[in-house]
Design a protein around this ligand. Structure first.
Ligand code: F0G
Length: 358
């Protein structure tokens, strides 16, 4: 049965009590944990970009769409910076449901937009940002019979908890010092805290790893609140090259605060240049990821520089999205490497293969 192959439903006791034949799965959650040396430090990359639609969203969507179908909904909906729309439209089509996605015009990476269109979503391009699209889809789901599957739907978070359960199982429940993840709408931050709390309460782990949530400087309302001991929260107008996390008013703020407090976590912010530099390095390892995922390595660098993370610490970086999601950014980042070969020239005169050999 497909759900036996799923790295989400494998942990179904932690996820959702539902009869197995109603499960909608592709199956998802069979992602790799890579051990690499970066900046002289051993780190683990958990590559959630290896999910069926290329992002961690599939772990939540299998649960959400299963329930949408079970409840008899015919139409699913979300607002999205791209990945949620790709995942929602794929799982909905798989389940025979229609989907509607609200996306910020001109701010969704091409890989993601092409997925949503290909899987048959009704795409509504909103002439504003994600936060406004989020407000619209919430209103629409009260007015129409839409099943809303943004991460404010707690079922999504129940599925995304398995990123943590799965990673810790791969480490034989040897608890790392740090888990570093990007923060946008703060669904993962919330889900990770809940997963750790449950694993601790059921004695799967005997200590709690610290979460480090990384935001892009231009989209960092959670970081600003953290600096202020979470006494105040100010939404902001978001701007960053990491379009997946271009979010100024995260819907899971309150839950995410609990996760940081429970794990004695930290929140850091990094510039777009730091994100791109980190992406280049992750790409060059042969792993690759989309820009927002690379914020994890940029954040690790900053936290090491500030002395918060030590070289000897065990660190897991969560790569949330696949390298193919945002080809435009990859090409503009690496375009200098392309060598043009005019037909009258022998290629080795240009690349100098001799240099490569040495
Ligand atoms: N990384 C990627 C690749 C994402 O697509 C997202 C969110 C995040 C990180 C942030 O995760 O919201 O749990 O803090 N993407 C959403 C979307 C908003 O619509 O695809 P978060």
């Amino acid at each position: 049965k497909p759900y036996d192959q799923s790295g989400v439903w494998r942990y179904r006791e932690f996820v959702l009590d539902i009869e197995e034949d109603s499960i909608v799965t592709l199956p998802e959650g069979r992602t790799n944990l890579y051990k690499k040396v970066v900046d002289g430090m051993e780190v683990y990359f958990k590559h959630e970009g290896e999910n069926p639609t290329g992002s961690f969203k599939d772990r939540g969507m299998t649960v959400g769409v299963t329930v949408a179908k079970k409840l008899g909904f015919k139409i699913t909906a979300c607002a999205s910076t791209g990945n949620t729309s790709a995942s929602l439209s794929s799982y909905s089509a798989h389940a025979g449901l229609k989907s509607v996605v609200f996306i910020p015009k001109g701010k969704v990476a091409f890989g993601k937009l092409s997925q949503a269109l290909s899987y048959g979503a009704n795409v509504l391009e909103i002439a504003s940002d994600f936060d406004y699209a989020m407000k619209l889809v919430e209103e629409a789901s009260y007015e129409y019979k839409l099943y809303l599957l943004n991460s404010l739907n707690p079922l999504r978070l129940e599925g995304q908890k398995t990123i943590i359960i799965n990673t810790l199982e791969e480490l034989n429940f040897n608890v790392p010092d740090w888990i570093i993840l990007p923060g946008g709408n703060l669904g993962n931050t919330s889900a990770f805290g809940k997963a750790l709390k449950e694993l601790y309460e059921f004695h799967f782990i005997d200590k709690i790893p610290r979460l480090a949530v990384i935001q892009a400087e231009g989209a960092s309302p959670f970081y600003n609140a953290f600096k202020n001991d979470f006494k105040t929260f100010e939404p902001m107008k978001a701007e960053t090259i990491a379009t997946a996390i271009r979010i100024g008013n995260p819907v899971n703020y309150e839950k995410a605060v609990q996760s940081i407090k429970f794990t004695n976590g930290v929140v850091e912010s990094v510039t777009d240049d730091e994100i791109l530099e980190a992406k280049k390095d992750i790409d060059n390892l042969g792993i690759g990821c989309e820009p927002s995922s690379a914020s994890t390595l940029a954040g690790l660098r900053k936290l090491r520089k500030n002395g918060i993370i030590k070289k000897s610490d065990t660190v897991i970086l969560i790569l949330t999205g696949n390298i193919l999601k945002d080809p435009d950014t990859s090409i503009s980042l690496h375009t200098g490497k392309i060598k043009n070969v005019p037909i009258e020239n022998r290629f080795f005169e240009i690349i100098t293969l001799k240099d490569l050999e040495n």
